[in-house]
Design a protein around this ligand. Structure first.
Ligand code: SF4
Length: 432
């Protein structure tokens, strides 16, 4: 077990003493399945993924079934793993049975759409058998355009998938080529049109900006094509060059020149302004929806400290109070534990109240609903508004936040969202 590391800019002393039992569990829980296969590994990707043919996929699904069944027993109070976690972290066991039903199921990866229909059918049957699922649940599948066929779309819908997240990334073929994607912009357009013709509640497009060599005009043209297709939801992520990826080593050897910080900032503002004018409201730094109902329920759980259970290599889980744990990252290591009748947990961490508040501040200041001071005080017993009177005044005067007269909520402006991490770091969370 390890404790989460503290934020380097904060003092973590003199914090009100709050025990696990006084931290209120927040919202309904979700389920996450990590599918570790992709048809090729993109040069910027740092997820736990690999290529894998049918045999590896069969073995993965067998192990996944074991993991789902084991957690089903835990949730029904018939297993022992939560008890073990509780002992390790000196906490009372999380009461999963109290917070069912699960109202979100998310298949991410990796490329979940690369699983065969039989494999997906098995996974959904196991989830329904192991857990109580809410009637109005959101069921999301991440899909790559090359897997979008009429047959697959109809079958996915029949399996109960009601939200499709399409990894389009760009409508610029040069950018797609540099990103190492298999599909062309034409494939992506066909996939989006086909998906929208099927009755999914939400079709969402993932796009990437700040791609080396891509002009601002080309990015705006990608956005124009995206909104022209009228999806319900769009996510726009700035390209990050992660360590130990081919992009990282290309940059080190001068073969890849990253977009400079000023241009990144310009693209961020251009993206938000363009999508706002096109009728997509931002509800988080990278996420835009046409209607409130189109927002991602799954991501909201991460931002709200809601409980979630994760399955598959590298998947993370959180008990909704203070305990977080995550699975072994390598497919073989993850599967080995399950074959031996063990849950493949790599490590756990017991979050301190200070760490929970720091996370809450950092995550909420990335959203357009902002930071709810009263909610923080109710949940953690710390009055951030009183601790930060001068800081809030400065942030307001510099146009980075809006705060209501009673200072109950701190809402970042667009300029504030652009520097959300700095904004969060400027708030004092302790009186020490
Ligand atoms: S398709 Fe997505 S998950 Fe798979 S390698 Fe590419 S970026 Fe990573």
């Amino acid at each position: 077990m390890s404790e989460a590391s503290g934020h380097p800019t904060k003092r973590l002393t003199n914090f009100p003493h709050t025990t696990s039992s006084t931290i209120l569990p927040s919202h309904t829980p979700g389920l996450y399945i990590h599918v570790p296969f992709c048809s090729r590994v993109c040069p910027y990707c740092d997820f736990a993924v690999q290529t894998g043919g049918p045999e590896k996929q069969f073995a993965y699904v067998d192990s996944l079934v074991q993991e789902i069944r084991s957690w089903g027993a835990e949730v029904r109070g018939q297993g022992s793993v939560l008890g073990v976690l509780a002992l390790e972290t000196d906490q009372s066991a999380p009461a999963w049975s109290c917070v069912e039903p699960f109202d979100s199921v998310y298949l991410g990866g990796g490329t979940p759409s690369s699983l065969t229909l039989d494999a997906l059918e098995t996974v959904f049957a196991e989830l329904s058998g192991a857990f109580q699922l809410a009637a109005d649940r959101t069921v999301t599948l991440e899909a790559n355009p090359e897997d979008v066929t009429k047959v697959n779309l109809a079958a996915w819908r029949d399996l109960g998938i009601n939200r499709l997240s399409l990894g389009v990334q760009s409508f610029d073929d040069d950018a797609l080529c540099l990103l190492g994607r298999k599909h062309t912009s034409r494939d992506a357009i066909s996939a989006v049109r086909a998906a929208l013709a099927v009755a999914f509640d939400v079709v969402s497009l993932d796009l990437i900006y700040s791609v080396p060599g891509q002009s601002a005009d080309s990015w705006l043209s990608t956005l124009e094509q995206a909104v022209g297709l009228e999806p319900h939801h769009i996510s726009c992520y700035e390209l990050t060059v992660h360590e130990a990826t081919p992009f990282f080593s290309a940059r080190k050897h001068g073969q890849l020149v990253e977009v400079d910080e000023d241009t990144k900032a310009d693209l961020f503002f251009a993206t938000h302004r363009f999508l706002a004018e096109a009728g997509y409201f931002a509800y988080e730094v990278s996420n835009f929806a046409r209607e409130p109902a189109n927002r991602s329920r799954h991501n909201q759980k991460y931002w709200d400290h809601s409980p979630y259970l994760g399955f598959g290599p590298s998947a993370h889980s959180f008990d909704g109070e203070r305990v977080r744990w995550w699975n072994k990252r390598r497919l073989d290591d993850w599967a080995d534990g399950l074959d031996e009748g063990l849950l493949p947990i790599a490590d756990t961490e017991l979050l301190t109240c200070e760490q929970l508040v720091l996370e809450e501040v950092a995550l909420k200041l990335r959203t357009t609903s902002g930071l709810d001071f009263e909610g923080i005080e109710r949940r953690f017993g710390v009055d951030l508004a009183s601790l930060n009177i001068e800081v809030i005044k400065d942030l307001r005067e510099s146009g980075l936040v809006e705060a209501d007269a009673a200072a109950k909520r701190l809402v970042p402006t667009l300029e504030g969202l652009a520097v959300a991490d700095t904004l969060a770091a400027s708030l004092e969370i302790t009186s020490g």
